[in-house]
Write a protein that binds this ligand. Structure first.
Ligand SMILES: *[C@@H]1O[C@H](CO)[C@@H](O)[C@H](O)[C@H]1NC(C)=O
Ligand SMILES: *[C@@H]1O[C@H](CO)[C@@H](O)[C@H](O)[C@H]1NC(C)=O
Length: 444
């Protein structure tokens, strides 16, 4: 007796659904330029490393009709996504819109102002040529050059699966009005071939993490898995970190993300307490470390202030000498290089099995405790010309912007989870220790 009404209800609902669905579909098509509005839990942005520049290049889908756009991953200070919108660069889209001067989104970009133009000099209106439009800074953080351009919105899509099928174009999540800045063509100088701009992962309000979280209503959180070979990924939102069927979500160590009052707060800093080589703390100027350690994908290698570089190199050289590994002449930009043929390779990963235990002791989530960031041979050493294997750190001079900058090479094939809600960074060991790599990440 209780079942009959629910049967009827189901039939009624079915009828309603049949009647309602055509206009529902039409509304969705009208709203999203043909794409169904989506509310994914997480989206993935594939990343590869460019061989020539060692920059990490991300791919996303943008515009109408949709095209794949490449931009250099900017985990440093950049404020937003910027791309070259000049007509000559081939920006073509029916879905872009200028951001009005003085509007709320306009106030979120760096150095906003308003542009008035007399004409587009014969070219049709485009994102690069709009009247009475908000303009803002676009920064090439590789070359430290800044340009100005229009602030516009356009459709931006990212796959909800990884790896995403490049031909079939698997399921995509679409942000109908993703805000970005147009950079002039000249600003792309110094970027990897094919890159049209830079995709900022900073904590700025209009950088990718916050903007995607706002659009899709997921957490302000992203995971960065930089590739040394094959494919890497940036995963935005609430994902389980599954590699080859194994969930690594609960096997991370955490360190607080700190804000430096002396600096632009959109960069990521952690608190490095000491550098430990073969169980001995390297004697360092603690005052310098207190400034904070920066994470940057724009720096290919880890950069150390001169006195820190000297002390770390001395400790490392002593350990290598004890292990009997012969030194070879330095190969720029590195100082300490060794005969690669005398260093065994790991049976699992093929990476150099350096006979030195190198650890970064970072602040743990528990006050007064440290968390060990074990730097594996793959992250510590770089292969240079002539078979040399070099300590992959460089001297940043006596007064660098930050005394320690952890660069891309030291972050490769590691799962790094930037949790901006909880203001903490989760890190895994090098995935090679589990026979894994970033390319084994699976989403959806
Ligand atoms: C741009 O806007 C200004 C102010 O409204 C106007 O004077 C000017 O003619 C406009 N330019 C174009 C190309 O429409
Ligand atoms: C440590 O670094 C600080 C900041 O650069 C500097 O003022 C101080 O002189 C350094 N101390 C030593 C012992 O070198």
């Amino acid at each position: 007796m209780a079942r009959l009404p629910s049967h009827r209800l189901a039939a009624l609902l079915l009828l309603l659904l049949v009647v309602v669905s055509p206009c529902h579909a039409a509304a969705a098509a009208a709203a999203g330029g043909g794409q169904r509005p989506t509310r994914p839990k997480a989206v993935a942005m594939p990343v590869v490393r460019d061989g020539a520049t060692r920059q990490y290049v991300a791919t996303f889908q943008q515009r109408t009709p949709r095209v794949a756009v490449k931009a250099v991953v900017d985990l440093s200070g950049g404020a937003t996504l910027w791309v070259d919108c000049d007509a000559a660069a081939g920006y073509a889209s029916s879905s872009y819109a200028g951001v009005p001067c003085g509007s709320k989104p306009c106030r979120l970009v760096e150095s906003p102002s308003c542009s008035y133009i007399a004409s587009c000099l014969g070219s049709p209106p485009s994102p690069a040529c709009l009247n009475r439009t908000c303009t803002g800074h676009a920064e090439n953080t590789v070359t430290s050059s800044v340009g100005r351009g229009n602030v516009v919105t356009d459709v931006l899509s990212l796959p909800t699966t990884f790896p995403s099928a490049p031909v079939r174009q698997g399921p995509l999540a679409t942000a109908p009005a993703f805000l970005f800045t147009c950079g002039p063509t000249s600003l792309t100088q110094g970027l990897a071939a094919g890159a049209a701009g830079m995709a900022s992962l900073s904590r700025a309000r209009v950088a990718l993490p916050a903007q995607l979280a706002g659009t899709f209503r997921f957490s302000r959180k992203f995971a960065l898995c930089l590739p040394s070979v094959d494919a890497g990924v940036v995963v935005f939102g609430d994902a389980r970190y599954v590699f080859d069927g194994m969930d690594h979500s609960n096997s991370l160590l955490y360190t607080p993300l700190i804000t430096r009052t002396t600096d632009r707060s959109s960069e990521y800093f952690i608190s490095l307490k000491r550098v430990v080589v073969d169980d001995r703390a390297v004697p360092l100027n603690a005052t310098l470390l207190d400034v904070g350690t920066k994470l940057s994908t724009v720096s290919p290698y880890t950069v150390l202030e001169t006195s820190i570089h000297e002390a770390v190199a001395r400790a490392f050289a002593a350990s290598m000498a004890t292990a009997g590994i012969p030194r070879v002449p330095a190969v720029a930009p590195f100082e300490l290089c060794y005969d690669g043929s005398k260093v065994e390779s790991s049976a699992i990963t093929g990476e150099p099995a350096v006979p030195v235990v190198f650890e970064l002791h970072v602040q743990s989530e528990v006050r007064s405790k440290v968390a060990p960031w074990m730097v594996s041979g793959a992250n510590l050493m770089a292969r240079a010309d002539g078979g040399a294997l070099c300590l992959a750190v460089v001297d940043g001079g006596a007064a660098p912007e930050a005394p320690v900058v952890i660069g891309g090479h030291m972050m490769e094939e590691i799962l790094l989870v930037f949790d901006l809600e909880k203001s903490r960074l989760g890190f895994s060991p090098n995935l090679g220790a589990f026979g894994l790599s970033c390319s084994k990440f699976r989403l959806g």
